[in-house]
Design a protein around this ligand. Structure first.
Ligand code: UFG
Length: 344
């Protein structure tokens, strides 16, 4: 009689992880915290050049058992990102890591092409070789350039007017080709103006260039005066109009995009905005209302490269992803204000 011994190994389904590049930065960390709260295992990949170690610590403290791994690395070093795919079982990538300052990109375009384009190529190449086939990418309204019409829909011509916008558009095009040739599917999310905070984490740029944190910082710094750039635009009150989208709503779209790709959704791109615009003066007034006092303002010349009006047509994200932004500008400013006081 032949005795056959059957070894029954405990079978544990390995839970695949989601890689969040730039997860120690403003928007990336808001995505990371949401994924952690949904019980997902994640790997945060960040060089900490612009992101913050303290943010990673906060993210880790939120976890109730799910894995939060942190890898300090630079996408410009192929081996840094390749080793992530060797070490972890990655199912999908949410790619935030990038430089994003328009003015800086005008002064030093190479920095932007090298980091945002070459760095992303290294990521895509590592994904391709590891057979990871899903990516959600932070693109931008800056890929449209000077608008020919507003609200801007996704078929609006993409003619960036600065290297930052060019670098993001190049990545969009590269992703189209990777999708066609290798089946690496992507959702490109074109952000308009992102504002607000979760509260435990928030917007923390050094230096800060964005409107809402700059208004709020001027309140907190002794003798601080907010500089308002350009009051002679052809708009309802002379200041630029932007479409302000709450970071928590923005992250909802990323979660929906991941599930869209999980369900086999095709490579696509979506605007993320509210379909509505506010002027700089209106945002400033909202900040005064939230802070509860008058804020000192200095009306300055226009900032070079600022288009007068940028408003998103968000119908496509609503109908295809089922996305619905919920937060008002007031709520965004309130959360930004409580975060800013914590940061100060
Ligand atoms: N502004 C001020 N004072 C400040 C900061 C900003 O008056 O201290 C004004 C700007 O001139 C502009 C508006 O506030 O009219 C919004 O400026 P932000 O810097 O907050 O945002 P941008 O619209 O310039 O930039 C955003 C994204 C970029 C993206 C760009 C697309 O942050 O990443 O939209 O055009 F490239």
């Amino acid at each position: 009689m032949t005795v056959v011994t059957i070894h029954i190994y405990p079978y544990v389904t390995p839970q695949c992880m989601i890689l969040v590049t730039g997860g120690a930065g403003y928007i990336g960390s808001h995505c990371a915290i949401r994924l952690i709260e949904e019980g997902k295992d994640i790997v945060i990949f960040d060089s900490l050049e612009l992101g913050h170690k303290e943010t990673v610590d906060t993210l880790r403290s939120v976890s109730k058992g799910s894995k939060v791994e942190f890898v300090q690395g630079d996408l410009k070093n192929p081996s840094d990102i390749r080793s992530v795919f060797e070490k972890y079982d990655i199912d999908a990538v949410v790619h935030f890591a990038a430089y994003s300052q328009v003015a800086e990109s005008m002064k030093d375009p190479q920095k932007y092409y090298y980091n945002n384009v070459y760095g992303t190529l290294n990521l895509l190449s590592a994904m391709k070789d590891a057979r990871v086939g899903k990516i959600v990418f932070s693109s931008t309204a800056a890929t449209y350039g000077e608008p020919e019409y507003v609200p801007i829909d996704e078929v609006h011509p993409q003619m960036p007017i600065n290297p930052y916008g060019n670098s993001k558009l190049m990545v969009e095009r590269i992703m189209d080709d990777y999708s066609r040739a290798y089946g690496l599917r992507s959702v490109r999310l074109r952000y308009f103006n992102v504002v607000g905070a979760d509260g435990r984490i928030g917007e923390w740029h050094v230096p800060e260039t964005h409107l809402v944190p700059n208004v709020l910082k001027s309140v907190l710094s002794p003798g601080g005066v907010f500089s308002m750039f350009g009051t002679d635009y052809d708009t309802r009150d002379g200041t630029c109009v932007r479409d302000y989208i709450d970071v928590r709503d923005l992250i909802d779209a990323h979660i929906l995009a991941l599930s869209y790709l999980d369900k086999g959704g095709e490579t696509d791109y979506f605007n993320l905005g509210t379909n509505d615009g506010s002027t700089v003066r209106e945002v400033f007034s909202e900040c005064e209302a939230v802070v509860g006092s008058k804020i000192q303002v200095n009306e300055c010349a226009r900032r070079p490269g600022d288009p007068a009006v940028l408003i998103a047509d968000n119908q496509k994200a609503k109908s295809v992803l089922g996305w619905e932004p919920k937060h008002t500008l007031k709520e965004s400013v309130e959360t930004a204000w409580s975060w800013e006081q914590k940061l100060n």
